[in-house]
Design a protein around this ligand. Structure first.
Ligand SMILES: *Cc1c(COP(=O)(O)O)cnc(C)c1O
Length: 427
């Protein structure tokens, strides 16, 4: 399979090149140029096929020209020592739990595959890569966990001092080995600026800098695997997926799986007040704008990057998009109500993002839907306590880091200081 840029369909890149480039040189996003018919592959899966087996088969079918069969199985095993789980809430709603990975959120699937495939391509070459990333909290921990102990790769994480939660900080600063945390005396915007400056600084070319950005193809492709896994368990039921969405990577991955022949009826895009996509589906006008803050803050995106990929997939045809996606907006009030209802009536605690999906599913008229559950409720202790009135249980991944010792280096908010630091570490 080859990949092009959403802004230049004539660009034909291998997966490996797209993976290390992250973003196309023209600022577009990489997308798959071909649409293989994989219906027979999907039919060969059943409820006993493991997630690792499905991942291995998909890697082989999609990327076989670059990752041969024997390697595909090894790569799948390395990337996915964890699996999704499917739960039945009631007759109408099933929940696809995607938070059983190392950082207890669905971004583990993308980050872990990204890390393992970079490691795979670097193996045997004498190249080393340095992943440079800025975080306001959540992505940093998923990236740190995903790249931990990967060979030939170092990770440098910049985070704003005093502005991430104590537990998020522990997740980034207690691993050590190839994971380096830099505590920036500044804001998240400073961190982002410093990372951006480093990527465009030609003096740093001798250090092989890469990004682990959420728009990387290496994070998008594996997100299609859990729709395929879920479908193999949902036979005999209607397969409509309800996806709590922010940057729309999760939903886009599902759309790709459907385009390859996966038996999916349609999708529901559930958003919080940042509802530019539901609005577009309603009145065919796309008006990206600055995000507003909500309780489901990982979905506070006012200009979702993956909208460009969605437009490409449907050839800018809003009618075609409407046939596959319906949008629903759920506000904070309904989100907290739903979190309380889930705990009290179902004894099933959910995070605020998952609550947006569950409420959207409850409001829809479908006979059966599967809601993607994107994070463990214990990652959002304050919001949870406010909504439900009691403390959420911490996930094991957080209990494990709670008492470990923080190791980070202070750095000013100047890009020059970051450059000096990078040279001292890797020069
Ligand atoms: C990132 C994130 C989302 C939104 O996913 P997108 O792929 O950006 O639409 C939803 N919930 C949680 C917990 C997240 O971290």
């Amino acid at each position: 399979m080859k990949f092009a840029s959403t802004r230049n369909p004539d660009l034909k890149l291998s997966f490996q090149d797209a993976l290390f480039q992250g973003l196309a040189p023209d600022g577009g996003l990489f997308y798959p140029l071909e649409t293989p018919d994989l219906r027979r592959v999907f039919e060969s899966f059943n409820s006993r096929t493991s997630f690792q087996e499905i991942a291995a088969a998909m890697i082989e079918n999609l990327l076989g020209s670059e990752i041969p069969e024997a390697d595909a199985a090894k790569l799948a095993a390395r990337a996915f020592p964890f699996s999704p789980e499917l739960k039945t809430l009631n007759e109408k709603i099933s929940v696809l739990e995607l938070y059983h990975g190392p950082s207890s959120a669905f971004k583990d699937f993308g980050a872990s595959f990204l890390a393992s495939s970079m490691e795979y391509f670097l193996k045997g070459s004498d190249h080393k890569a340095v992943i440079l990333t800025a975080t306001s909290g959540d992505t940093g921990s998923a990236v740190a966990r995903a790249f931990y102990e990967k060979e030939n790769i170092d990770v440098v994480i910049l985070y704003p001092s005093g502005r991430v939660s104590p537990l998020q900080e522990k997740q980034m600063t207690t691993l050590g080995k190839n994971i380096h945390a830099l505590e920036v005396e500044g804001s998240f915007d400073d961190c982002q600026r410093m990372v951006k400056d480093s990527f465009t600084d030609r003096e740093l070319d001798s250090i092989n800098l890469s990004s682990a950005n959420s728009i990387n193809l290496g994070r998008l492709i594996p997100q299609s695997f859990y729709y395929i896994w879920a479908e193999s368990r949902l036979r005999g039921k209607d397969t409509t997926f309800c996806v709590p969405s922010g940057n729309f990577g999760n939903l886009t991955a599902g759309l790709y799986a459907k385009s390859w022949g996966l038996n999916v009826d349609h999708f529901i895009a559930a958003t919080n007040r940042n509802d530019v996509v539901p609005e577009y589906l309603m009145n065919a006008v796309y008006s990206p704008r600055p995000s507003v803050q909500t309780l489901s803050n990982a979905m506070d995106v006012g200009a979702p990057s993956n909208f460009e990929r969605m437009q490409q997939l449907f050839s800018n045809d809003v009618e075609a998009m409407r046939r596959q996606i319906r949008g629903i907006m759920i506000d904070d009030e309904k989100t907290t109500e739903t979190m309380a209802k889930m705990a009290e009536e179902y004894d099933y605690p959910v995070c605020p993002h998952t609550a947006v999906g569950i409420k959207a599913a409850m409001e829809s008229s479908e006979k059966h839907l599967t809601v993607l559950s994107t994070a463990h409720p214990g990652k959002f202790t304050e919001v949870y306590k406010k909504a439900v009135g009691i403390d959420a249980e911490l996930p094991e991944s957080l209990i494990a880091v709670k008492d470990r010792e923080k190791k980070s280096d202070f750095i000013s908010n100047s890009s020059e200081d970051l450059k000096k630091k990078l040279f001292s570490m890797f020069g």
